[in-house]
Ligand binder design. Structure first.
Ligand SMILES: Nc1ncnc2c1ncn2[C@@H]1O[C@H](COP(=O)(O)OP(=O)(O)OP(=O)(O)O)[C@@H](O)[C@H]1O
Ligand SMILES: [Mg+2]
Length: 442
């Protein structure tokens, strides 16, 4: 059975600085651009200069680690076609490897397989089945699949293999794998998975996001991390001030690309990507495929393969019952309370209520708490600590009503019984984002 373990360099060695062949050694000093502290004001990243790369001078690196399993090679084109059709996987682009059908066919090293085996999962999800061989083969790729389809592991496991084939980090080196994500909650979730799967091969990861003290994040970066999961703003700040650099970055992931564009991160993403060598492997993940995301893919990816699971159009999840109640503003709160009384008398009652603005979110939370409802509010002005705490209280059922602006709408991985929308128009994207068993829309 093919595997990567034999190609991994001394996994039992201490992953300290300077342990491996110093193919990247000798490049020291500041980050991607100018010095000094990043400014909160003005144009973030304005002091970052676009890098001009001379590929002949850059240290060479490997990015194709894929060895097709004999069972995968043996499958006929008809079988492959049938599998893709059954899983609604479509592939666009040249030389896409066959999908794998079982975990062992990915040929992940044993230290990755051990963690997968503990999960008692039956098979790879469709995006993993087609995404793993593609990502492991070093190709640039776009992966589109709806929320909760297992995209995180689709890029993290190949990232771990990629990193374990690179020289060890040396003092002053930035991350080898950079994951850009739209929100801190999401970045933290990705880091939890990175930590879980990276632990066995002693990979270090960190999470970089705004709204939290910089000190601990800087310390992590200075200690050296192979995987950095970052929201764009704080990363730009650290790049500008030379707290980290992307000279060693050869595996770049843009997670929730559509959402990052929605949130206006495009100029910052472009500045960050300018700091990364162009022969890197780039992987873009998205739940939807609007034209802005397509444009980003055209600009950042080379000869990429696109895989798509399910319909390309953004569509509502049909497992969800949607009820629309059109009413005027004055009636809304009374209706909401009546609905909640009904919901709270049920056993499965975890509910998110979305509000359009932070103020509305605060007002409603205050009113509901005053009336004795187990409700908590979350929005972008709350401190990191408070947001973490509120999300945990909600996830573990201590406060089953969460009142939120859309800061909480993505990547919130928990069982949800009801989702209510209190005001404003309802973006179709919500329906593809949430893990709902049942939904009411107001
Ligand atoms: N092969 C698998 N079988 C069963 N569950 C899996 C499998 N792979 C991942 N999962 C689980 O599925 C859940 C959702 O995965 P993940 O967060 O990666 O989804 P996603 O596609 O990134 O969604 P989103 O668009 O919301 O970010 C996680 O709890 C993860 O542990
Ligand atoms: Mg995700």
């Amino acid at each position: 059975m093919p595997g990567y373990s034999d190609r991994d360099r001394g996994r039992d060695r201490d992953r300290g600085y300077g342990g491996g062949p110093p193919r990247f050694g000798g490049h020291r000093g500041g980050g991607g651009g100018g010095g000094g502290g990043g400014s909160k004001f003005g144009n973030p990243g304005e002091r970052l200069r676009k890098k001009h790369w001379n590929l002949d001078e850059l240290p060479k690196f490997e990015k194709n680690f894929y060895q097709q399993h004999p069972d995968v090679s043996r499958r006929s084109p008809q079988e492959v076609e049938q599998f893709r059709r059954a899983k609604t996987v479509t592939v666009k682009g040249r030389d896409c490897p066959n999908p794998i059908m079982n975990f062992h066919e990915a040929g992940f090293p044993s230290y990755v397989m051990d963690v997968i085996n503990k999960q008692n999962w039956t098979e790879p999800t469709p995006i993993q089945a087609q995404g793993w061989p593609l990502a492991l083969s070093g190709k640039d790729m776009v992966g589109i699949a709806q929320t909760g389809s297992g995209k995180t592991l689709s890029y993290l496991l190949p990232a771990i293999v990629h990193i374990n084939h690179q020289p060890f980090l040396e003092r002053g080196d930035g991350p080898i794998c950079l994951v850009l994500a739209p929100t801190r909650e999401l970045a933290q979730q990705v880091q939890q998975v990175a930590a879980e799967y990276g632990r066995a091969s002693r990979l270090k990861s960190t999470c970089i996001y705004g709204g939290a003290p910089k000190g601990p994040q800087i310390r992590d970066l200075e200690r050296g991390v192979e995987i950095c999961i970052a929201t764009p703003g704080r990363l730009i700040d650290f790049l500008e001030s030379g707290k980290t650099n992307l000279r060693r970055c050869t595996y770049l992931v843009l997670d929730e690309a559509d959402r990052m564009l929605d949130m206006g991160f495009e100029p910052q993403i472009r500045k960050i990507v300018d700091q990364i060598r162009p022969d890197r492997q780039t992987l873009m993940w998205s739940a939807t495929w609007p034209k802005e995301v397509r444009q980003l893919a055209e600009d950042f990816l080379k000869e990429y393969v696109q895989i798509n699971v399910g319909a390309l159009q953004l569509s509502a999840n049909h497992n969800i019952l949607q009820i629309v109640d059109v009413c005027n503003d004055g009636e809304k709160e009374d209706k909401l309370i009546r609905l909640l009384e009904e919901i709270m008398s049920e056993k499965e009652n975890k509910t998110i209520i979305f509000c359009e603005t932070k103020k509305r979110c605060d007002d409603l939370t205050r009113r509901m708490r005053r009336d004795g409802w187990p409700a908590m509010g979350i929005h972008g002005d709350k401190s990191q600590q408070e947001r973490d705490w509120v999300l945990n209280e909600f996830k573990y059922g201590k406060a089953p009503i969460l009142i939120a602006t859309d800061v909480a709408s993505r990547g919130l991985v928990c069982e949800l019984d009801q989702m209510l929308k209190c005001d404003g128009s309802f973006p179709a994207a919500f329906f593809t984002r949430m893990f709902c068993c049942n939904e009411r829309l107001k």
